[in-house]
Design a protein around this ligand. Sequence first.
Ligand code: BES
Ligand code: MN
Ligand code: MN
Length: 460
Amino acid sequence: MKNQIENHKKEYIDQLIELLKIPSISADPKYKQDVKKTAHWIEKALIDIGCDQVEVFQTDGHPVVYGEKIIDSNAPTVLVYGHYDVQPPDPIELWDSPPFEPVIKETLIHPNGAIFARGACDDKGQMFMHIKAVELLINNNALTCNVKFIIEGEEEVGSDHLEQFITDHKVKLKSDIIIISDTGIHNMKNPAITTGLRGLSYMEVTVTGPNRDLHSGLYGGTVANPINTLCQMIASLHDHNKKVTIPGFYDQVQEISEEQRRGMNKNATPEEEFQKSIDIDASVGEKGYTTLERKSIRPTLDVNGIWGGYTGEGAKTVIPSKAHAKISMRLVPNQNWQDISKLFEKHFKSIAPEGACVKVTTHHGGDAYVTPEGHNAYRAAEKAYQEVFGVAPYAKRDGGSIPIVPMFEKILGCKTILMGFGLDSDAIHSPNEHYGIDNFLKGIETIPLFYKYFSELEKA
Ligand code: BES
Ligand code: MN
Ligand code: MN
């Protein structure tokens, strides 16, 4: 199959480029038609490779695309999940080439080229590998599993309507394992399989002071300035050890044994290399934990955006009436995102000083997930990576979130294996996002082997 991938390389890349040209930005209502257009593009791609029951399902949000290839009711069934929506490209001026006009460029890390475009790695490029891999299997008459595809358009905004969709289509989606390529490997020489995702709780806060913006000369010194207040409140959310100060925040956190911690730290990126990769001269985080632990097995709190007052050209002397911030928390196993959102709200309101009115709203969230390392599907993935990369992959817990994964388990009772091929340096969610051509092609090579080994192990 490797030869066939080499022969079809250009065609695969051209198709991906076509997909990357559609600006399927789920967060921005202006792009609703483009999101829909992308769903229909995927629909056609699934039909073209020979899938059946292909359908674009409308939801109360963006559409979900479904398709399947059932070969034998006794064969194991694999559900492939991916997302065709992308993050907004802002700040657009920091892109070296337009985000929806894909270009291939060589980089130090990707000497054989990488495709630069929003969604190249997260997740169009990775999702599309699965369509091409199944196409190869069908064409070679080598498909040994039933395959179902569920490709959604709202992952980047919290998968708000997907839960309802999977609840309504439980029977249709029934499968033995879910596989997702929406995470990363360590590097091209050392593949790693992601075995953990963090949860997320995303909040927005507003502090209101006076009922209108005030002249800062006439009123300055007499009222609580909402921006000053908000900054003080936010600053108090961490203590000097960089622990989150919300009462109860750590109560449910699953502690990891010393032995497990030693094991995971063996594969850590050297500290200098980490700092150099993002141009910082010191790592900062929760006391008592390594950088790797801080970004995988520990919960965190970060401000994602803050605004208020005058931010335009020049100067304006004003005490604003309101100040706002978006604050999110990454969660780990056993923390329940709804409970954490409530703890945050209660605490944040409780620390409001006199003269400030605080409003807290919850945007979206999801729980953490740990994949089953003993599952046949995990072993099949290990064997597949080992064969393609020539080295056995190690298990690594990741810091990002895919909120639908724990939902799949809750609603469908089905486990997930994360078979990602991206790199941390691929700049997902950032300007100049890209995806290595080799990563893309190696993914297309690895996935068919997964199917082969999974059906073998399930039969044994
Ligand atoms: N693919 C990412 C998640 C990811 C990336 C996990 C790399 C592990 C390694 C996904 O598209 C994403 O960005 N998820 C969001 C959550 C969502 C609710 C906006 C996230 O993690 O911020
Ligand atoms: Mn993603
Ligand atoms: Mn993403």
